[in-house]
Design a protein around this ligand. Structure first.
Ligand code: ZN
Length: 289
């Protein structure tokens, strides 16, 4: 995925923004990738990008974010399918019946397809017109929209998912509030998020250059502690993070490393009875309304 962002220079106007969680303007830069800076909020500890491109750049950016040729799309599908299957099993083991599910940032709709095939009333939203049109060829209910522009009624969905989305959002707190509003009481929110800062710190220690933050795509980086604090802060209950499987990137070395860390992460999580999550690798978080 990383090579998609290489060479992005012309991002247009860059805006200084306050912390998206607490509104504080006091921050310390912690990592640089090219021209882009990730900061730690001095007031609440949240890690976020500032300055950042404005909305018009972001909307344009997502028209070209996902791959467009069928080989690349197939690789994308292969890479994510285990994580999707695990998430689907997890959701079904935590729900009594198959109801309405929304996948936000659904991309090509592979997760929507998985849930539809399992008998759920599944729909998805994404900003990428290309990805939405691709998924619609398979008769999926996909919409090119943000979650807000859909104007869903209160208490509408049984489950809402967001895989690798929250780190891309300008207003993650507003997003979580909207998810809570349109979930039914007792409904589930499941999100998958990268947790990159510990790895960045380690690589910086060894002076190894990398683009793991994927700026300007990723505008922030959540830790399990922070995501729990934010979800519980708006009213979600019983929030916890867990490994949730691992993706399968193309190529022997990347897939070996990901599998190794993924299996290690799952193993340590199980042995410690859910107490230890390896820092730095992607995780799922779940919360109940
Ligand atoms: Zn803050």
């Amino acid at each position: 995925m990383e090579n998609l962002y290489k060479g992005i220079r012309n991002v247009g106007r860059m805006l200084n923004v306050p912390c998206p969680l607490c509104g504080s303007n006091r921050r310390t830069p912690i990592h640089k990738e090219g021209d882009f800076i990730m900061n730690r909020c001095i007031s609440c500890g949240f890690i976020y990008m500032s300055p950042r491109p404005d909305k018009s750049f972001i909307i344009k950016f997502y028209q070209h974010y996902l791959p467009k040729n069928s080989d690349e799309i197939y690789k994308w599908k292969k890479m994510t399918e285990k994580v999707f299957e695990k998430a689907a099993n997890f959701i079904e083991s935590n729900t009594k019946r198959k109801g309405k599910i929304l996948d936000v940032g659904c991309g090509f709709g592979f997760f929507v397809k998985e849930m539809k095939e399992r008998g759920w009333e599944a729909e998805g939203v994404d900003l990428s017109a290309y990805a939405i049109n691709f998924g619609r060829k398979y008769n999926l209910s996909l919409f090119k929209s943000t979650i807000w522009d859909m104007h869903y009624p209160d208490d509408y969905f049984d489950v809402i998912t967001a895989f690798y989305l929250i780190e891309h959002l300008e207003d993650p707190l507003g997003f979580i509030k909207e998810v809570l509003r349109i979930l039914k009481p007792g409904g589930i929110f499941l999100a998958r998020y990268p947790h990159t800062t510990p790895i960045k710190n380690m690589l910086a220690f060894f002076k190894i250059k990398n683009h793991l933050y994927n700026m300007p795509a990723h505008l922030s980086d959540f830790s399990p502690k922070k995501i729990k604090e934010v979800l519980e802060g708006v009213g979600f209950k019983d929030v916890y993070s867990f490994p949730g499987g691992y993706t399968k990137p193309e190529g022997f070395f990347p897939s070996f490393i990901t599998a190794f860390l993924g299996i290690l992460g799952e193993g340590i999580y199980l042995i410690s009875r859910g107490k230890i999550l390896i820092p730095g690798i992607s995780k799922n978080v779940i919360g109940w309304k």
